[in-house]
Each structure stands twice: as structure tokens, then as C-alpha cells.
Design a binder for this molecule. Structure first.
Ligand code: FES
Length: 109
């Protein structure tokens, strides 16, 4: 279902558990969808340090932590909070329409 240009439904809000990332595939792009602090975020699922899945990491205070070496990325900006990662991870705009979570990977937020 597409209700806005570029936005694709990825799941229902009710399918998301707080602070538990859900990995989805959008047109070949792996995205981690996270509900935390009353908001839903979408961040590219690949750590910018060594291409491991961020959705296997832990979420706390709007940060998602890479399980391999411990860098955390801000879910709002994609910026790493500390080494070893130095490059940001793309984040994507999210729309909530009713119970649907829509994400656009054609534009970075
Ligand atoms: S692979 Fe993610 S911090 Fe190293």
C-alpha cells in the first residue's frame, strides 16, 4: 500500500514492541524500524563500521547500539555517538497513518 509518494507500508504500529527493532526489506534496502519514546524511527539496518545488522542491537534513549563493537547511532539523525564507527547511517522519514507505519527509502530525513 502506498498513500504518499515514495512511502510504503512496512508494518502495523501494534506489531512493534517498544525498544525492539524490526528488520524489514524495502526495495532491496534493509531497514530497522524502531518504536521508542512514543515515536517510530527508521534507520538503515547496516552499521557504517562493518556492515552488520543494527536490528540485532539494543535500543535505549533514542540510540541503537551495534552489537558487534558497541557504537551507537542516533535514531533521529543516524550519527554515531562514539567509536569505532565514524560515519552516519542513513535515516528515513516515517509516517503513521492509523495503525500503519509507512517509510520512504527514496528520501533520507
Ligand atoms: S560493526 Fe558496528 S561498530 Fe563495528
Amino acid at each position: 500500500m502506498t498513500t504518499a509518494p515514495g512511502f510504503v507500508r512496512v508494518c502495523a504500529v501494534t506489531e512493534l514492541e517498544d525498544d525492539t527493532p524490526k528488520r524489514v526489506d524495502l526495495d532491496g534496502t534493509a531497514v530497522s524500524v524502531v518504536r521508542t519514546a512514543g515515536e517510530v524511527f527508521a534507520i538503515n539496518d547496516m552499521c557504517s563500521h562493518a556492515n552488520v545488522s543494527l536490528s540485532e542491537g539494543e535500543v535505549e534513549d533514542c540510540q541503537i547500539e551495534c552489537w558487534l563493537h558497541g557504537s551507537s547511532f542516533d535514531l533521529r539523525t543516524g550519527k554515531p555517538s562514539g567509536l569505532p564507527a565514524t560515519r552516519p547511517v542513513p535515516v528515513y522519514p516515517v509516517k503513521i497513518i492509523g495503525d500503519d507505519v509507512l517509510v520512504s527509502v527514496t528520501q533520507e530525513s
